[in-house]
Design a protein around this ligand. Structure first.
Ligand SMILES: [Zn+2]
Length: 767
């Protein structure tokens, strides 16, 4: 290099450095650490809502050991109410500003003391972020402003208009201060709050200044996920809320280290949380800084109103949101969706055990009982299982990624804003249904439909499956616990996440990815090609729509996977796949979205779409370094949820098995209607296999959109085999009941047989 060239090079380098320094690094989300999970929840988790001063002893006698009054704080409850600190440090009614009389607070405190005297814990009812009169007068700038240029209302107007304070303004600090004071004065052990959430846009001075400081822009006026500006803003807003929740939790734990934060984190659990942006309500990562997020669980909401699939998926999803810790879930024991009539006991039991099987804690409502199904019965179901659910960790084999960005920002191809802000789908019972689509046509975001389909396949083939979220994919230690990662059309992945996945596969991990996984970054900005193209061994060239709903099939397609010889592969060489071929045919039909991809050098094509003029690959196998990747050029998960064929289940589960390389350590041989979930306790020395019998003897005769069929009886299943690998097991029991199960030696370990499964049982293997 000559001196002249060297100088020019140095100048260019200096110039480039100057430019880089002038432009701050673009803002991107980061995630807080998961809080320590050990609180009084280790010993107290049988919560009952709807308790008042007169029914306290009754619910404790029925086995409840955590008490909460109402499911919201609209009025004075058991231990809380619509309270916020007044200007002088006294508690006032948040709506009227009238001071709370001392005898009222004394009465609440005496109920908490009475509960404590009987050894039970109390969640105080917390009101949402409403503005209060003194604040509206002195700090109108703390009010949430929902449109650009919007002005705060007057104190006079506040009498009729319930506006919110902005949690991102000093209102948020005042709110936290109020919560701390309530805990000190009323001695709560935890809180429950309805109306918890960040919502999408606020143009108050605090939000405007914070966004400009972090990102250098004004908050966009548009509210549309098709706008990149809005998508970037939304991720910022969500991360900001996670930070607020973390501060709030920390402030309460500074008063009581084992205080339990348990707000309703989605409102309410009618799949709305999944409907995609712009109406984002909360963040995935906030669940990591809460002790036991609450969810209402319903059994009658679109897109599948007739089965136990979506409720089961929801519980597993919340377990994942919490980072392998349980969420608290209130199963709605209702008929016709939300009508308050008691379902038969067999149905109540199934709902409670669906929550428990999938790793969450069922909560009770005092109004949800009768002589057939008393509160004591529901509490007993949970209590006799507690020795095997306490401190349980999921068995780490397969992880499925379910991502906030893919859910909110990728949406349905061509229809990203299916549910406009405010236009949520009501229940039709307590809220009007204003969804624009017929129930049978209603959809969740494409990524969620894909995840539900994969969950169904894994559940029916009884494979262990955890759900992981965005913070987990950016943390190599979390990913390394698993043998295989599944990306169910996980379109939106950050560069950091794809780097972690790439390293995971190169180090020997397995990957199963579908459709447009990694085509966008975490802001939903599309890339030229898959970020993981090198891992998939496939390059993105486009997508094609072969989806259909009865009775319109405008365009469908067929596949060739091979029925003999060299074309067969362990993924497709399967009795269930073979059962779908007609005599003399080697074709399989497919309804759903597909991807057009080119196969990279070194990767292998498995099967093809029978289309003209190009026969695109169906599956691409790649083995970068030590690991295995299966890329499916179709949204096979979504297809198995929306327009399923049996062969699709086995393609999904066989792909997961092949990519994982090693089989799961526990295997269950049971009918498709049995759900299995796998946990360990005592540092892995105990393995607990939950078995849930979902059979419905009413044979699904009720039409699914009007009263999903309710179980009236249990049809026991005999002879379920559970095999465990290795030599270390010394005993096995069926719980509850502590029935000893004889261990039969097999070449690789032991097998036991459960003589009879009623609604739910656990097979417990002890080393
Ligand atoms: Zn604001």
């Amino acid at each position: 290099m000559t001196l002249h060239v060297l100088r020019a090079f140095c100048l260019a380098a200096m110039f480039a450095t100057a430019i880089a320094a002038a432009q701050p690094e673009a803002w991107r989300p980061s995630f807080p650490a998961t809080i320590d999970s050990h609180t009084w929840l280790d010993t107290h988790r049988r919560l009952c809502f709807g308790v008042d001063g007169t029914s306290l002893d009754e619910v404790i006698d029925a086995g409840s050991n955590v008490i909460c009054g109402g499911t919201n704080a609209a009025g004075i409850g058991f231990a809380g109410g619509p309270f916020i600190l007044g200007r002088e440090g006294e508690f006032v009614d948040i709506m009227t500003g009238v001071p709370i009389p001392a005898p009222t607070l004394a009465e609440l405190r005496s109920r908490v003391d009475a509960a404590h005297a009987r050894g039970v814990k109390v969640l105080g009812e917390v009101i949402r972020f409403n503005m209060t009169p003194w604040m509206q007068a002195e700090h109108p700038e703390w009010q949430e402003i929902n449109s650009p240029g919007g002005k705060p209302i007057t104190v006079e107007e506040l009498k009729d208009l319930h506006v919110l304070g902005c949690w991102n303004s000093p209102y948020g600090d005042w709110f936290i201060k109020s919560q701390v004071e309530l805990v000190k004065q009323l001695d709560w052990d935890g809180y429950n709050m309805d109306g918890f959430g960040c919502w999408a846009q606020c143009f108050c001075p605090s939000c405007t200044a914070a966004y400009t400081a972090d990102c250098g822009h004004a908050i966009p006026a548009v509210r549309d996920v098709n706008s990149a500006e809005y998508r970037h803003y939304l991720k910022w807003r969500l991360a900001r809320y996670t930070g607020f929740v973390a501060r709030w939790t920390a402030a309460l734990k500074a008063v009581k280290p084992d205080f339990v934060t348990a707000p309703w984190t989605t409102g309410p659990g009618r799949w709305w949380h999944w409907m995609g942006a712009p109406a984002a309500e909360g963040t995935d990562a906030m669940h990591r800084v809460l002790d036991a997020p609450f969810l209402e669980l319903l059994w009658d909401f679109p897109a599948d109103q007739g089965s136990n699939l979506l409720p089961a998926f929801t519980c597993r999803y919340y377990r994942g949101l919490c980072g392998d810790r349980p969420a608290w879930i209130l199963p709605y024991l209702c008929e016709q969706g939300q009508f308050n009539m008691q379902p038969p006991r067999a149905e109540c039991d199934l709902r409670e055990m669906t929550v428990l099987t999938n790793g969450c804690i069922p909560a009770q409502g005092r109004w949800q009982q009768n002589a057939d199904t008393p509160l004591a019965h529901l509490n007993a179901l949970v209590e006799e299982r507690e020795p095997f659910t306490r401190d349980a960790r999921s068995l780490k084999w397969a992880a499925m990624f379910v991502g906030e960005s893919s859910r909110l920002l990728y949406g349905l191809p061509g229809a990203r804003t299916e549910v406009p802000l405010g236009a949520w789908i009501g229940s039709g019972v307590d809220t009007p249904d204003i969804g624009k689509l017929e129930p049978g046509e209603r959809r969740m975001p494409a990524h969620m439909e894909s995840a539900v389909g994969v969950f169904r396949a894994m559940m029916e083939d009884h494979l262990p499956l955890d759900i992981v979220i965005e913070p987990d994919l950016e943390d190599p230690e979390t990913l390394q616990q698993y043998k295989v990662l599944i990306l169910p059309n996980a379109a939106c992945l950050s560069d950091k996440a794809t780097a972690t996945i790439r390293a995971f596969v190169k180090a020997g991990g397995g990957l199963v990815a579908m459709h447009e996984s990694s085509i966008c970054d975490e802001f939903g900005d599309r890339r030229e090609d898959f970020s993981l193209a090198d891992v998939f061994g496939a390059h993105h060239r486009g997508t094609e729509d072969f989806s259909a709903r009865w009775p319109n099939y405008p365009k469908w397609t067929e596949l060739y996977l091979g029925i003999a010889g060299r074309d067969l592969h362990p993924i497709s060489d399967d009795a269930v796949v073979r059962s779908n071929y007609r005599s003399g045919s080697d074709r399989l039909q497919y309804i759903g979205w597909m991807t057009n991809v080119d196969v990279a050098a070194g990767a292998t094509k498995l099967g093809r779409r029978l289309s003209a003029p190009v026969e695109w690959p169906f599956i691409v196998l790649n083995e970068p370094a030590a690991g295995r990747s299966v890329y499916v050029a179709a949204d096979l998960g979504q297809a198995y949820f929306l327009a399923p064929y049996q062969y699709q289940r086995r393609l999904i589960s066989n792909a997961v098995r092949w990519a994982a390389t090693t089989p799961p350590p526990v295997t269950v041989s049971a009918p498709l209607c049995v759900q299995a979930a796998f946990y360990t306790q005592a540092d892995g020395r105990r393995t607990v296999v939950h078995l849930l019998n979902e059979v419905n003897t009413s044979a699904n005769r009720a039409i699914p959109e009007n009263n999903p069929p309710q179980r009236e009886e249990t049809l026991p299943i005999a002879g379920i085999n559970v095999a465990v690998a290795g030599e270390a097991i010394t005993a096995a029991f069926a719980e509850p009941g502590h029935l000893s199960l004889p261990l039969t030696k097999t070449p690789g370990g032991f097998v036991v047989t459960l003589p009879r499964l009623d609604t739910h049982a656990m097979i417990v293997f002890e080393e």
